[in-house]
Design a protein around this ligand. Structure first.
Ligand SMILES: NC(=O)c1ccc[n+]([C@@H]2O[C@H](COP(=O)([O-])OP(=O)(O)OC[C@H]3O[C@@H](n4cnc5c(N)ncnc54)[C@H](O)[C@@H]3O)[C@@H](O)[C@H]2O)c1
Ligand SMILES: O=C(O)[C@H](O)COP(=O)(O)O
Length: 780
């Protein structure tokens, strides 16, 4: 498959409808779900989703591998050379490594955009080029907690082994000697241990050292003093730690600031005869300086688990030194830690591939689940506004200065705008470039394109129930192809709000409008007069273009007005021309929104790295278990099931219906057991899947070859936020469409697109079949 063809296929919009068919997070806590499928956000993915491929380059615990195999094709290739890794990586969606694999810029470049997640099965990410990962929009996750205890225990093991010469004495005895006086050790009682780096491992080492009877001080410029105080540990300066310590244990990460922090100068500040343990990173010690300090007797002994170069050379003076105890980077190597790390990293990588925000993401913001669910519709709105604004620019290029205004009744610290800014950036860049922008690389992408985005908060009075009242995007120093979109101060200005959970455009330039942002949009400016809606509507009607929303914003009756028309299908050029020719219309523009609202966290340009069948299975399983628990034989009977509502459900429903759902309520909802509300949602999904229709059509070239293939799905949905409401929205989505210029020119792209479309269509059919199949089975 050529690169071009493959990227075409990857960018095929899926049937994922994040705000349409997704179920809210609490649905994920439905009791019937197995642990693996419980997650922060369960999005129903009706995708063609082939399994992603995950390359594992170092030994990983079996439990993690097993979990991974349920989701992905797993390639365990240990001992790859760097060249081999670079070759293989272009076939992989994710990579899992430990500390032995160097994930360099070259690896990201060689992946040609396919690598979406790098999982570091452990803590230290100094072997991953984070800047390169971020530039390539690749999420890096680690497993920061599962090996803490193992590392701390290893630190203590080295400390005690060193103090009592265990390794040296053991080697000597095995060599046939019996030298009791040579291996006299030192005791810990009343000795001071300086813990350098009071993080997870450092504090566990400190805790254990206290039980050994040691006095413990710690140095960590970033550690909170109260945490140390609570453990009875004094936080001291770097110099004081060095000068007071009989033993030093290193637990800081390797960063430019800590590289060779233990150097000649530092050794000179230590007590003569100090003993040093390092289970952090070899690079924090200047190894040549340590050899000098050992030879001079300043450092009496060292116990090292980590080295600047791993493995160190066989004739390394440090490794061979009589006063040095060494282990080959075994800190994390306990059975328990390796199982834990494997599960922790696999869960993070799977989450990343599904587009979920991981709490262990190293190069993307971590957003708490309740904040995420609250911000979700604003995330879509942000991308839509970015897309609209950039399409209003004449020529589409030269966008350099963008101002985003967030208006909210909440306090200034109560809004994390990183997600919103990332999505506006995505909306601004993607329609006019081939770049794929996600949460990981949004800021870098903006910088690369010289896009300067400033953010402003407006604090409104009133009730802070909603995180935001409106978002405004302004582009300065450009001209607009729709001059009415210019504000009084000369910027292109669009403003939007979330209404009933859906993004709405509420202002264009200085004209107030109100149009739901779905499908695409036609903006017309005309002199306000009777009959305009009808005239434009009939041109669209003749073309079979469905109008989903229409609104007119005017300065005053019979004066200038802007009409915003939301359309499900893209009108032909001829239809747009006819609209432009209506005499009263003075300017107009057609703006494409999104075929499928983007999933913020999706890391690939379009393909959901998700096994769609797995998701269907969950829904089918839910239906089945509901039928059993309600003793129903058919789907119809299930749908008729009267809902018993307790006081809490009624209150919750009332709150939802009136849109008064605050964060506390949402949180308590997500923690409460699934009840009436969940069941309603399930029934809605059944309705949607049962009612959905798929139609396929083709346009052919004169020679009979396929020019364009469209697969449309039509499904009906209730608004998830309003479970009691019977009104439904029609929702049309073009699953795939390609144009003559992209048509099959012998590269195979055309047939792949056709295959993709067919596969999509069959996915929908199989969901419907699966649901009715279960119903039939249960009725037997
Ligand atoms: N040998 C092993 O197998 C093994 C196992 C686990 C962790 N590690 C390594 O141990 C180190 C610590 O891991 P962790 O999980 O405790 O990480 P952590 O992030 O929880 O703790 C690191 C601490 O170092 C502090 N720090 C940063 N710069 C410092 C400086 N200049 N001086 C003093 N302190 C500084 C940070 O504030 C933080 O509190 C990492 O380098 C990790 O890679 C090694
Ligand atoms: O940073 C870590 O987690 C440890 O150094 C463990 O590294 P490893 O996974 O290569 O054992």
């Amino acid at each position: 498959m050529s690169a071009a063809a493959s990227s075409k296929l990857l960018s095929t919009p899926s049937l994922r409808k994040p705000w349409g068919v997704s179920l809210p997070p609490r649905f994920a806590s439905f009791p019937a779900l197995p642990r693996r499928t419980r997650r922060r956000s369960l999005v129903i993915v009706l995708s063609m989703g082939a399994k992603p491929t995950v390359l594992v380059t170092e030994k990983l615990g079996e439990a993690g591998l097993e979990l991974l195999r349920g989701f992905a094709n797993v390639d365990c290739s240990y001992d790859l050379s760097h060249e081999e890794l670079c070759t293989k990586i272009s076939l992989c969606d994710a990579l899992i490594v430990r500390s032995g694999t160097k994930v360099t810029r070259e690896v990201f470049e060689s992946s040609v955009g396919r690598l979406k997640v790098v999982g570091r099965a452990g803590v230290g990410i100094d072997n991953v080029d984070l800047a390169a990962a971020t530039e390539h929009g690749c999420l890096v996750v680690n497993a920061p907690t599962a090996n803490t205890i193992a590392a701390a225990e290893h630190g203590i093991a080295l400390l005690t082994a060193m103090a009592r010469n265990i390794a040296q004495a053991s080697a000597s005895m095995k060599a046939g000697e019996w030298k009791r006086s040579k291996y006299v050790g030192v005791s810990f009682g009343e000795k001071t241990l300086a813990v350098m780096g009071f993080g997870k491992v450092g504090s566990e080492v400190a805790r254990r050292a206290k039980f050994l009877g040691m006095k413990v001080v710690a140095h960590d410029p970033y550690a909170p003093a109260d945490r140390a105080r609570a453990m009875g540990i004094e936080l001291v300066t770097f110099d004081e730690a060095l000068s007071r310590a009989d033993f030093i244990s290193l637990h800081m990460p390797l960063t430019p600031a800590t590289s060779k922090i233990m150097n000649d100068e530092a050794f000179a500040k230590m007590k003569k005869g100090v003993r040093i343990v390092n289970v952090a990173r070899g690079g924090v010690i200047d190894e040549d300086a340590l050899v000098r300090a050992l030879d001079a007797g300043v450092v009496k002994q060292a116990a090292l688990d980590v080295f600047t170069e791993e493995p160190p050379s066989k004739d390394s003076k440090l490794v061979q030194h009589e006063s040095v105890t060494v282990t080959p980077h075994l800190g994390a190597s306990t059975v328990e830690a390796q199982e834990g790390v494997a599960i922790e990293i696999v869960e993070a990588v799977i989450g990343g591939l599904k587009g979920e925000l991981s709490s262990t993401a190293v190069n993307a913001p971590m957003v708490p689940a309740e904040v995420l669910s609250e911000l979700a519709p604003f995330v879509v709105l942000s991308e839509m506004l970015g897309r609209l604004a950039v399409q209003l620019v004449a020529g589409g290029s030269g966008v350099k200065t963008v101002k985003v205004t967030y208006a909210s009744a909440r306090g200034p610290d109560d809004l994390d705008t990183r997600l919103l800014r990332a999505m506006i950036t995505k909306g601004l860049i993607e329609p006019i470039s081939s770049m794929f922008v996600n949460l990981v690389n949004a800021d870098v992408a903006a910088k690369q394109r010289g896009l300067h985005i400033t953010e402003e908060r407006i604090i409104l009075g009133g009730s802070p129930e909603s995180p935001l009242e409106f978002i405004q995007v302004q582009i300065a120093n450009v001209e607009s192809k729709f001059p009415s979109a210019m504000s009084e101060t000369g910027e292109i200005k669009v403003e939007g709000r979330v209404k009933d959970g859906l993004p709405h455009l509420t202002k264009v330039g200085s004209f107030e409008v109100d149009v739901s942002l779905e499908g695409s949009l036609i903006l017309c400016r005309q002199v306000d007069q009777p009959g305009m809606i009808g005239r434009v509507g009939s041109v669209l009607g003749e073309e079979n273009v469905n109008v989903n929303f229409m609104s007119v914003g005017r300065i005053a009756p019979r004066k200038q007005a802007v009409m915003a028309i939301g359309v499900d299908e893209e009108p032909t050029k001829a239809a747009l021309k006819k609209i432009g020719e209506i005499p009263a219309i003075e300017e107009f523009v057609f703006l494409k929104l999104l075929k499928a609202p983007s999933n913020l966290f999706r890391l690939s340009p379009g393909k959901d790295a998700e096994d769609g069948d797995g998701e269907f299975a969950i829904i089918v399983e839910q239906v089945e278990s509901s039928m059993k628990s309600f003793g129903k034989k058919t789907l119809e009977e299930l749908k008729e099931q009267p809902m018993k509502r307790g006081r809490r459900e009624k209150e919750r429903e009332r709150a939802l219906l009136s849109g008064k759902k605050n964060r506390v309520e949402q949180r308590s909802e997500s923690q409460s057991s699934p009840t009436f509300y969940h069941f309603k949602l399930l029934l809605q999904f059944i309705d949607m899947a049962s009612d959905s229709k798929v139609s396929e059509s083709e346009t052919r070239n004169a020679d009979g070859s396929v020019m364009e293939k469209r697969v449309e799905t039509v499904h009906y949905q209730s608004t998830p936020a309003r479970p009691g409401q019977t009104e439904r929205r029609r929702d049309v989505e073009v699953v795939h469409q390609y144009h003559p210029s992209e048509a099959d020119s012998g590269s195979g792209a055309g047939s792949m697109v056709a295959d993709a479309a067919a596969s999509m269509a069959s996915s929908i059919r199989s969901t419907k079949d699966a649901i009715s199949g279960k119903a039939n089975e249960s009725s037997k």
